[in-house]
Design a protein around this ligand. Structure first.
Ligand SMILES: [Zn+2]
Length: 343
């Protein structure tokens, strides 16, 4: 019974992928790539420093597709089965791979072209990390619910806490970027060169922290979309993320306010990309209950991945390494140099 259903599902998926490929290659908007539903791939190799952290167990993945009358040409690959310890976990219902060519925009608050989520589907996104305490707490909650999110770290924070950002990547979440210093790229004072530096240095900082290039996913600080910066990101083939549901968690006085804000907005929109901040303590506190409410409300998490990583620019990678090198006077450990002689 289960096998028969699996075969049916496999046929449907294959047909839908064929139909999808046909549609997008023959569509006049083929340059603006739509997300494709993909099967889960084997875990990517971790950067050496991240290998101390065990990768999170892969959860149950179920590829969804709309019905099609086209015959299936070949069997779809079998889905890897899970090792999620929580039978009531929110999980991941669908994984989509984003072709970022030309810089597609996501999130109906600003970009309405790519409507890829179906009713009750949500994407979890977290900005402004990595940050001690709060980001690890968010990671634990996501792991407990066997679900995945997209993180938009600030470049500076990535250089402060690279070990935390490595944990984010090691857990299988998607990591994009959110500028070097959280500057408003739409400010009148910001020159095009300064905006480019903020963008590129942010991506290079995430790469330096992870030991691997980030996804070409970007979110503008304060959702301030500067047209020239958007055109630049398009030329760099970086997808731009706005949101559908803004939690305004940074303004919330407690965890309850965040839960109410997200659930109320979701009831209206029915689906969407949810914007939160792993930098915020109240968000970390709200997340366990929020994920339980999502599950209870019949919401399903869609994981967004990039088709290919971003190629960072060598001049920014090198400039960052140079900036971070402090003059070293002596390599002796601190307790060898500084001794308490009286207290
Ligand atoms: Zn931010």
């Amino acid at each position: 019974m289960r096998n028969a259903f699996g075969l049916m599902l496999a046929s449907v998926v294959t047909a839908a992928v064929i139909a999808g490929v046909w549609f997008w290659t023959s569509s006049p908007r083929a340059d603006v790539a739509a997300p494709q539903t993909v099967a889960a791939r084997p875990a990517e190799p971790l950067p050496p420093a991240a290998s101390a952290k065990p990768a999170a167990a892969r959860e149950d993945l179920e590829v969804t597709a709309s019905l099609s009358n086209k015959p299936a040409a070949a069997p779809a690959p079998t889905q890897p089965k899970s090792a999620c310890a929580n039978p009531d976990a929110l999980g991941v219902s669908r994984v989509v791979e984003i072709d970022t060519k030309g810089g597609p925009g996501f999130g109906f608050e600003h970009f309405k072209q790519l409507d890829f989520l179906t009713d009750k589907e949500v994407v979890l996104t977290f900005d402004d990390g990595p940050w001690p305490g709060n980001t690890p707490s968010v990671l634990k909650t996501l792991a407990d619910e066997c679900t995945k999110a997209v993180f938009f770290p600030i470049g500076k924070h990535a250089t402060y806490h690279p070990e935390i950002l490595k944990q984010v990547a090691a857990a299988g979440h998607t990591v994009g970027a959110h500028t070097w210093s959280h500057a408003n790229l739409n400010s009148k004072k910001m020159t095009e060169q300064e905006a480019k530096d903020e963008l590129e240095k942010g991506f290079s900082a995430v790469k330096l922290a992870l030991g691997a290039p980030p996804a070409p996913f970007f979110r503008f600080p304060q959702l301030q979309h500067n047209p020239a910066a958007m055109a630049y990101l398009g030329s760099r083939n970086v997808a731009i993320f706005s949101c559908d549901v803004d939690s305004f968690d940074f303004k919330a006085k407690n965890a309850t306010q965040i839960i109410i804000s997200v659930m109320t907005k979701l009831e209206k929109s029915g689906k969407g990309i949810i914007l939160m901040h792993d930098f915020q303590k109240h968000t970390a506190e709200a997340l366990p209950e929020l994920l339980r409410r999502l599950k209870a409300g019949g919401y399903k998490v869609v994981q967004m991945k990039a088709k290919a990583p971003l190629q960072t620019l060598a001049e920014y990678d090198e400039g960052l390494v140079k900036d971070m090198k402090l003059p070293v006077a002596s390599a002796r450990p601190v307790n060898n140099v500084v001794q308490t002689v009286s207290e």
